[in-house]
Unconditional design. Structure first.
Length: 225
C-alpha cells in the first residue's frame, strides 16, 4: 500500500454557498408558528454545528418548548430538502480552487450535514467527481466532527488502497469544530474566513493556517518548486 495525502473539506460555508437556503428554510418554519426570524448572530451560529445543538437554543429564545426540537428539525429539513438543497451552489472562487487542488491531492468532504443531504448538495455543485468520499452523520445521530474525520480516513484507505499520512493531510473548514477535529485526529487544520466563523474562533480552536480568500488555499497547499 502506498501513501498519498488528503484534503478533507467542510461543506456549508467552506465549499457550498448554503447559507441563503438554510436561513430561508429555518425562517419559514418559525414564520409558520408566528415566531420571529433569525438574527444575523443566530444565522452565523446555526450554520455548521448539528441542529440538535442549535435548535433548542433557537426555540428557547422564542419562548417555544425545547421538547419540540425534533419536530422543528424535521419540518426544517422537509422544506430545505424540497426547495433549496437540490440547488446548492459553490462559493465564488472555490470551483477553480477545488479543480486545481484535485490534481495534487485526494479530496473528501467531512460535514455535520446529514450524509444523505450532503451527497445531494455536493452533486448539485458538480464537484462530486473530485471527492473520494462524502462523510456526514445520520440525520438523527449527530457526532463530533473528529469521529466523522476518522471515518473519512478509513473510507479513503478502503476506496483507494492508500494510507494517508496524517501530519501531511489537512482538515479545512470555517468553524471551530472543523479545526478541533483536525487537531484531535492529527491532521493539519486550516480555517477559512468566507464562511460563518471568525478569525478568533478559528485561531482559538488551534488552526495551523487561516486564509481570507479561496485563492490563498493554492498558495498554502500547492507544491512549491
Amino acid at each position: 500500500m502506498t501513501s498519498r495525502n488528503v484534503l478533507f473539506w467542510d461543506l456549508d460555508g467552506t465549499i457550498a454557498d448554503s447559507g441563503a437556503g438554510i436561513t430561508a428554510s429555518m425562517n419559514e418554519v418559525f414564520a409558520n408558528v408566528g415566531a420571529e426570524a433569525m438574527s444575523d448572530v443566530e444565522i452565523r451560529r446555526v450554520i455548521g454545528p448539528p441542529l440538535q445543538t442549535t435548535m433548542p437554543e433557537l426555540l428557547s429564545r422564542r419562548g417555544l418548548d425545547v421538547a419540540r426540537t425534533e419536530e422543528f428539525i424535521h419540518e426544517y429539513r422537509r422544506i430545505y430538502k424540497e426547495h433549496h438543497l437540490p440547488h446548492t451552489t459553490v462559493i465564488d472562487g472555490m470551483r477553480d480552487v477545488i479543480e486545481e487542488l484535485s490534481k495534487h491531492w485526494h479530496l473528501a468532504v467531512v460535514t455535520a450535514k446529514p450524509e444523505e443531504q450532503a451527497v445531494v448538495a455536493v452533486r448539485a455543485t458538480g464537484l462530486d467527481h473530485h471527492m473520494v468520499t462524502i462523510v456526514g452523520p445520520a440525520a438523527d445521530a449527530p457526532v463530533h466532527k473528529s469521529v466523522l474525520l476518522r471515518r473519512a480516513l478509513v473510507d479513503v484507505e478502503r476506496e483507494l488502497g492508500v494510507v494517508p499520512t496524517l501530519e501531511k493531510c489537512w482538515m479545512i473548514g470555517d468553524r471551530n469544530h472543523d479545526i478541533e477535529a483536525g487537531v484531535q485526529v492529527g491532521t493539519n487544520a486550516a480555517g477559512v474566513l468566507w464562511g460563518y466563523g471568525d478569525h478568533a474562533e478559528l485561531a482559538t480552536a488551534g488552526a495551523h493556517a487561516i486564509v481570507a480568500q479561496p485563492a490563498e488555499l493554492l498558495s498554502l497547499l500547492l507544491p512549491r518548486d
